[in-house]
Design a protein around this ligand. Structure first.
Ligand SMILES: NC(=O)c1ccc[n+]([C@@H]2O[C@H](COP(=O)([O-])OP(=O)(O)OC[C@H]3O[C@@H](n4cnc5c(N)ncnc54)[C@H](OP(=O)(O)O)[C@@H]3O)[C@@H](O)[C@H]2O)c1
Length: 235
């Protein structure tokens, strides 16, 4: 039986990462990473039923030693840097913990995880690093000082890395979702108008399936109809 390629997905315990893992399960074996073991095992059961061999890894990706220990030996063809956190509130109300958590997960963990698996891709002369950024990577909005700042960082990071490694045969690309109905938003948020995690997973599927010679660097996915019409009225 031909061996399947392997995809490593961070933040796979719920939301967008879970949907990406399930989408890729029909074609890839999976390494799924998050802190919540129970949810990873539930995902693993479902992904196994779709044909994947699944390795769940319980890991806080903000911890460089843990990432080294858990991910250094992982050979993967696709890395999906998806894990992220958002606390949207006025700058002066952000606690130091909230600030550091966003920078640690959205920025520093990108370094730890990408650093663990990129050398293998470069050595093999193929691979694809897909990072879930956001439309916030090029927009700004009130209450987004830290979150938006981290996503602007992600955009700069991805574009530099893409230029740096494409000669070695490794693709680097970004998916930029608008609003997606997940637990990233506080309980009680009206998510009825948002796109779904599965919509974002389809964009990842499309990136993964691009022909070897083609690098589709950046894709934006957003609801066709926004929350408010242009005249300001609600939908
Ligand atoms: N929802 C949106 O509207 C939206 C829009 C644009 C971009 N995005 C981006 O999409 C990505 C996924 O967000 P989501 O909406 O799916 O959020 P979510 O439902 O809250 O899921 C976040 C995921 O990140 C994981 N995670 C958080 N901290 C972690 C850590 N320290 N170590 C390992 N895993 C960690 C969580 O797992 P554990 O808690 O189990 O560790 C969870 O699986 C983020 O990068 C986000 O910025 C979301």
């Amino acid at each position: 039986m031909p061996t399947r390629p392997t995809a490593l997905v961070t933040g796979a315990s719920r939301g967008i990462g879970r949907a990406i893992a399930l989408e890729l399960a029909s074609t890839h074996d999976l390494v799924v990473v998050a802190r919540t073991a129970r949810d990873l095992w539930t995902l693993a059961d479902e992904a196994t039923r779709r044909g994947a061999q699944v390795t769940p890894i319980e890991c806080d990706i903000t911890d460089p030693a843990a990432v080294d220990r858990e991910l250094d030996a992982v050979d993967c063809d696709v890395l999906v840097n998806n894990a992220g956190v958002a606390v949207l509130k006025p700058f002066l109300q952000l606690t130091p913990d909230e600030w550091h958590r966003m920078v640690d997960v959205n920025v520093n963990a990108l370094y730890h995880v990408t650093r663990a698996v990129l050398p293998g891709m470069v050595e093999r002369g193929r691979g694809h690093v897909i990072t879930i950024s956001s439309t916030a990577a090029r927009n700004t909005f009130v209450n987004g000082s830290c979150y938006v700042g981290t996503k602007h960082f992600v955009r700069g990071f991805c574009e530099c890395l893409m230029l740096e490694v494409r000669d070695s045969g490794v693709k680097v690309s970004m998916i930029n979702p608008g609003s997606v109905a997940t637990e990233l938003f506080p309980a009680g948020t009206d998510t009825s108008w948002m796109i779904t995690p599965e919509d974002v997973a389809l964009a990842v599927r499309h990136q993964v399936d691009t022909p070897p010679h083609l690098l589709q660097y950046s894709v934006e996915v957003r609801p066709l109809t926004p929350k408010r019409r242009r005249d300001g009225s609600a939908r």
